[in-house]
Design a binder for this molecule. Sequence first.
Ligand SMILES: [Zn+2]
Length: 279
Amino acid sequence: MLFESIYIGAYCIVLTAVLGLCMGSFLNCLAWRMTHGESIMRGRSHCVDCGHPLAARDLVPVISWLVSRGRCRYCGKHVSVRYPLTEIICACGYVSILLAYGLSAETIELIAFFSVLLVLSLTDLDDYVIPNATIVAAIVIRLVYLVYGGLTGAFDLWPTLGWTLLNGVVVAVPVIILALVMDRVLGRDSLGGGDVKLLFVAGLYFGWQQCLFLLIVACIIGILFAFVGARSDMTDKVEGGEEKASRPIPFGPAIAIACWIVMLVGSRAVEWYLGLFGI
Ligand SMILES: [Zn+2]
């Protein structure tokens, strides 16, 4: 059983969900400040339209947005549904990881990694950029977990560090080669540098076997995004009546969602497909 009793389980789930909602709100703000060049340490949260500082009652995750019916209390401008949506996704992510890994150091590590994935997905959606700070944060989180595991005797530190680094390289190098070939064939950039760095990080966390599965899932999600994006571009053209340059589809969020899926089912999926080949 994952938790000692059903009450402790329910308590942990509610607590994690509330933490996820609050962190979702904070990470949304963090991502916005990163793409708008604002300091992430200083300054109060404010409306992105009128700049009015937000009071505590404006910062309650999801509830504030629902109560104000998706509008700023000060200027009346529409507040994107992205804000409550990100908070709900963050809560779902945290709780799903807790349910998959229980009360463990791995849960803390993966919740922290999930938070980083959420931020870089938002910055990639907004500005087509995966900030290096998010890549560094993900590497530091992995390193802290491995050092903790090494110090508590869960595994041998140095061999595990070596294998982890090797996995990152084994995943990233073929992706770089593939991207360079695709660039020549298509005559344009096929994969951004940030995407390659993110796949290197995925290699550090999940190892190359699970990353094969991750790449397949990321490609399927990327194709779905491209399909939805192409359809909305077509509707824009019909409604607007004039040609609009179609937006390229950022691949970072697809990789991030694939990472989340691998966290939850990765090892079972690898066992399953290796089983298909009798391995
Ligand atoms: Zn406002």
